[in-house]
Design a protein around this ligand. Structure first.
Ligand code: HEM
Length: 187
């Protein structure tokens, strides 16, 4: 892999290529079904998936009649992900953030700034709040850490995670992290 090529990450670049239609069908049309949104399922099935994506198997996946096949760049990206496992020999993926101390919420005029101090497993990691859903009065986030690939020697490192959002009608923040799920009331 060329030095400057950004390593593909399961949650950021691979899982989003699989539609709900694909996931539902592969959970139910084959026995045993497998979950195209699950890291370990996709890693285990990676070679079979690649054969189907390339149309080398019995069926092209996804079938032409349901919007397939994928463009070549998507198939190349999936292949590149399969060729660069992390140290635990599984596809490169995000970690749930380990929060150090409470979440900080500050008013910034009609916006709110959400901060966290995160303990990352090594230098070179990035942490951020991924927005999972916005419903009336509620915003749901996952605190993620992206480790570098290849991973350097383990050395717990404090890094920040930061998000700004419009207060609007938000009354509750739901945040998933390594410690579980937290609900924060918003004043
Ligand atoms: C190990 C790899 C895979 C196997 C063995 C497999 C097998 C199958 C089988 C047996 C069917 C039913 C075909 C029929 O009865 O017409 C099917 C349908 C389907 N599969 Fe897969 N599949 C694989 C990977 C994938 C992937 C990677 C996607 C999406 C990116 C996908 C999307 C679909 C969809 C949307 C259908 C329903 C529509 C259709 O028949 O094309 N599958 N698959």
């Amino acid at each position: 892999m060329a030095e400057d090529q950004r390593p593909p990450v399961f949650e950021l670049h691979i899982r989003p290529m699989f539609r709900l239609l694909d996931r539902e069908h592969m959970l139910t049309f084959v026995d045993p079904g497998f979950d195209l949104w699950d890291l370990e399922n996709v890693w285990t099935m990676r070679n079979d998936i690649l054969v189907r994506l390339r149309g080398e198997g019995l069926f092209n996946m996804p079938g032409q009649k349901v919007g397939g096949p994928w463009p070549a760049e998507w198939i190349d990206l999936f292949e590149r992900w399969t060729q660069n496992p992390n140290a635990d020999d599984i596809g490169h993926h995000l970690l749930l953030g380990q929060r150090d101390g409470d979440y900080q919420l500050q008013p910034v005029s009609d916006k709110r700034r959400l901060r966290a101090k995160v303990t990352a497993p090594s230098p070179g990691c990035h942490a951020w709040f991924a927005l999972e859903s916005v419903t009336p009065g509620r915003r749901e986030y996952t605190l993620y850490v992206e480790p570098p690939l290849p991973a350097p020697a383990a050395a717990p490192t404090a890094i920040p995670a930061l998000e700004m959002f419009d207060k609007g009608d938000v009354a509750t923040l739901v945040i998933h992290d390594a410690g579980g799920t937290q609900e924060l009331p918003i004043a």
